[in-house]
Design a binder for this molecule. Structure first.
Ligand SMILES: Nc1ncnc2c1ncn2[C@@H]1O[C@H](COP(=O)(O)OP(=O)(O)O)[C@@H](O)[C@H]1O
Ligand SMILES: [Mg+2]
Length: 273
């Protein structure tokens, strides 16, 4: 069992700024301006904010896929400059290879790290089981539902055993019932593996159900507007009306986000998202 170091900072985002530059039009978009955030080791933190505020940009920078204009990301005190095995990403679109079956897709990261099939199989099977895809090992992505594809993507990230899971609206494309099931499974897997999870969403209900803390972002250019701690046990979080304290937390989150959606709507000049 990993030891719990609940007070250690796992990810530190320091005075982050990101400006996109379009080489063709020379237009610039200031996506993030002065964003500070600390994520604790083993914490489940949701980042909540309106569409287009810079959530994906933040995650991509932490993953090392985009270089920030200025500011720093530290993971375990080390400055992030490129992608690494300590950080695993789950994208909104499943990102599975269509010509590979579930077992091969889940084992992809391990294969890239040089593990042979005998070494990969027990690890891959364990995570296929964990996400509830047993029996579907030989299916190809086109034979799976959206929810199953996303389970395979989650299993692939887990199989690589990153310390940090970066999840970018991973359940946005699955139907409402599957989404609820997958949220519950993710909580179970998180409790089992004690990974640090940074989960981006624009859904208040999703953030409130999943997280220990919710960082609400301001409209673009984003920075952290407020951090809301959720102490309600997860077993009581589905019925906000039955738990007044949780109901109040959700209402607070709705108010914070609504103000920012209004802000981004007021300042929008086109059809940006
Ligand atoms: N590659 C890019 N080039 C230019 N602008 C971009 C690029 N990617 C995102 N943006 C802009 O940056 C802002 C933040 O985008 P994003 O991080 O994707 O927001 P979110 O994930 O919160 O919806 C948006 O206005 C978006 O249009
Ligand atoms: Mg996004």
């Amino acid at each position: 069992m990993p030891t719990t170091t609940a007070t250690a900072t796992k990810i530190a985002v320091r005075d982050l700024v990101h400006r996109y530059y379009d080489v063709q039009s020379h237009a610039t978009t200031l996506a993030i301006q002065g964003l500070d955030l600390n994520v604790q080791d083993g914490e489940f933190l949701s980042v909540l904010g309106p569409s287009g505020c810079g959530k994906s940009t933040l995650l991509y920078i932490i993953a090392g896929l985009i270089k920030p204009t200025s500011g720093q990301i530290l993971v375990d005190g080390q400055v992030v400059s490129k992608p690494g095995p300590d950080r695993g990403m789950v994208f909104q679109e499943y990102a599975l290879l269509p010509w590979k079956d579930v077992r091969e897709n889940v084992g992809l990261g391990l294969k890239l790290r040089g593990l042979n099939q005998t070494q990969r199989t027990p690890i891959v099977d364990r995570f296929i089981e964990m996400v509830g895809l047993r029996g579907f090992e030989e299916k190809y992505p086109h034979e799976l539902s959206g929810g199953m594809k996303q389970r395979a993507a989650v299993a692939r990230t887990l199989a690589s055993d990153p310390k940090v899971m970066l999840m970018d609206e991973p359940f946005a494309a699955v139907d409402a019932q599957t989404r609820i099931t997958m949220q519950e499974e993710l909580v179970r897997i998180w409790q089992e593996t004690r990974k640090t999870i940074l989960f981006v969403t624009h859904s208040v209900e999703e953030a409130a159900f999943l997280a220990d803390r919710v960082a609400v972002l301001k409209a673009r250019p984003s920075r952290v507007k407020e951090i809301v701690t959720i102490t309600t046990p997860r077993t009581n979080r589905r019925q906000a009306d039955k738990d007044p304290e949780f109901g109040a937390v959700q209402a607070r989150l709705f108010d914070l986000v609504r103000a920012e959606v209004k802000e981004s709507g007021d300042s929008a000049t086109g059809s940006r998202h």
